[in-house]
Design a protein around this ligand. Structure first.
Ligand code: HEM
Length: 438
């Protein structure tokens, strides 16, 4: 019998481990580790004993076995406090029941009904643009996807500004931004740190808004067809607290990732006139007047552009799990309770599976007949906890892109896109662009 060894990995500093290397550039750090150390890499960040898996078969094994590899419990305290027992943070039987109850709201038949909202709210955004004007691309995309999500959840055009929802969602995300993470992580709950206190106040505000909308709904008998109705009418008989948790979870998980995807799509298009031209060829062929859900079923290139952007810049740049007992992976012993890192970023740029991996080439999703393992590409995760909003997000990204690109193009007013990684992969700072009417 062979004895399993500890996997190799970069040497760290006492106490800090590899945190400083990770913090400087997490994407580059993980890529270099994968190249140098191979299938399983051991490092230490923020006090966790981390094991990064770079073999798609190992990733599959972990993601598809929820019992033995549940979500990693560390570092999520802030998120858990915000989101309570919603789908992202819960586990076990409660998660199972809730996932089953909520899943139908994301069937394609439902997403169809949100398509017009996706196009209309995008038009609201471009109506504000001026030919030659400057906007912050990231916040334009955030506002648009948040507005779409809120309307899909509550079934009416809720004024995000008037209700203070936009500002509150922004404030709620502040503690998770890379520049604030070390403070969020180490500061005690009561610490007088302004962004932490503002996040608490924002949470109270959002909670009050959700309860307010819930009260309105209970006292009205209008027929509706939105996410909230699905929760209220579900057989799972959810308490108001459970509905609050799910609503806040969707506010948190359901708009930023899509907004980031769209930000990256535009950044990449602005660097590739060839791809932009081919995108327009398809739009001219498929779209009559305004994009529709039927157009989405016809799109090939638009879909490939979105997929390729998520390959190069996966908003969920890594997924984390925890083994419930000591386990052997790739011939190495991995201890119970450690942090398993499934690095989307690394596998999406791995030249074992992708030719010229750093190039933006949507064609690879259409014409490339390379045989790739299933988990060489997993922007939405996999297994039972795969993203519930995958269809919603891919439909939305294509409709928003098609609606915007119909009349507009953008020019970058920045050089390279600098990235930082917290829960999601984000541009560092603003993303200023000039909007140009086509
Ligand atoms: C491009 C956009 C999106 C990306 C890249 C994305 C990515 C992901 C990933 C990777 C996971 C799995 C995390 C894990 O296994 O630990 C996840 C879970 C989840 N996502 Fe998304 N997501 C997107 C859009 C959305 C949207 C639009 C919604 C809702 C409207 C949504 C709601 C959720 C929820 C509720 C979960 C937790 C599911 C569960 O554990 O049962 N996501 N997402």
């Amino acid at each position: 019998m062979t004895t399993a060894q500890t996997p190799p990995g970069p040497r760290g500093l006492p106490l800090l481990g590899n945190t400083h290397q990770w913090a400087r550039d997490p994407c580059d750090f993980r890529e270099r580790c994968a190249e140098r150390y191979g299938r399983v890499v051991n490092y230490e960040i923020l006090g966790w004993d981390a094991y990064m898996l770079t073999d798609p078969g190992d990733v599959k094994r972990v993601l598809e076995d929820r019992e033995n590899f549940p979500k990693h419990s560390g570092g999520n305290e802030q998120l858990e406090e915000f989101l309570g027992d919603g789908l992202v943070t819960s586990d076990g039987e409660l998660w199972e029941r809730q996932r089953e109850a909520i899943q139908p709201a994301f069937y394609v038949s439902h997403i169809r009904r949100y398509a017009d909202v996706m196009v209309s709210r995008t038009e609201d955004t471009t109506d504000r643009w001026r030919d030659g004007g400057t906007v912050n691309l990231r916040s334009e995309m955030m506002r648009t996807t948040l507005q779409i999500l809120v309307e899909a959840m509550f079934g009416e055009a809720i004024d995000l500004e008037a209700r203070g929802i936009y500002d509150a969602v922004e404030a709620m995300q502040e503690p998770l931004k890379p520049r604030n993470q070390p403070i969020t992580f180490f500061a005690p709950d009561w610490a007088p740190v302004p962004f932490l206190r503002q996040a608490d106040a924002a949470l109270d505000h959002l909670e009050a808004q959700v309860y307010d909308i819930l009260d309105d709904r209970r006292s009205s008998d209008t027929d509706r067809d939105d996410l909230l109705v699905m929760l209220l009418d579900s057989d799972a008989e959810m308490s108001d607290e459970q509905i609050r948790d799910e609503m806040l979870t969707f506010l948190f998980a359901g708009h930023e990732t899509t907004a980031l995807t769209l930000t990256y799509v535009w950044d990449l298009l602005s660097r590739s006139p060839r791809v932009e031209a081919r995108l327009h060829e398809e739009l001219a062929e498929v779209v009559d007047d305004r994009p529709t859900i039927e157009d989405v079923f016809e799109f090939k290139y638009v879909e490939a552009v979105v997929k390729e952007a998520m390959r190069l810049y996966p908003p969920a740049h890594e997924i984390r799990r925890e083994p419930v007992e000591d386990v052997r992976i790739g011939g190495y012993e991995i201890p119970e309770g450690s942090l398993l890192v499934l690095p989307t970023w690394v596998l999406h740029r791995d030249d074992r599976f992708w030719d010229d991996p750093d190039e933006f080439r949507p064609e690879r999703f259409l014409e490339d007949d390379r045989d790739r393992p299933e988990y060489a590409y997993f922007p939405f995760g996999g297994g039972p906890r795969r993203c519930i909003g995958q269809q919603f997000a891919t439909t939305e990204a294509q409709l928003v892109l098609a609606t915007m690109a119909r009349d507009w193009t953008i020019e970058r007013e920045y050089g390279d896109l600098e990235l930082s990684a917290s829960v999601t992969l984000q541009p560092k700072g603003d993303v200023p662009v000039t909007t140009k009417r086509r």
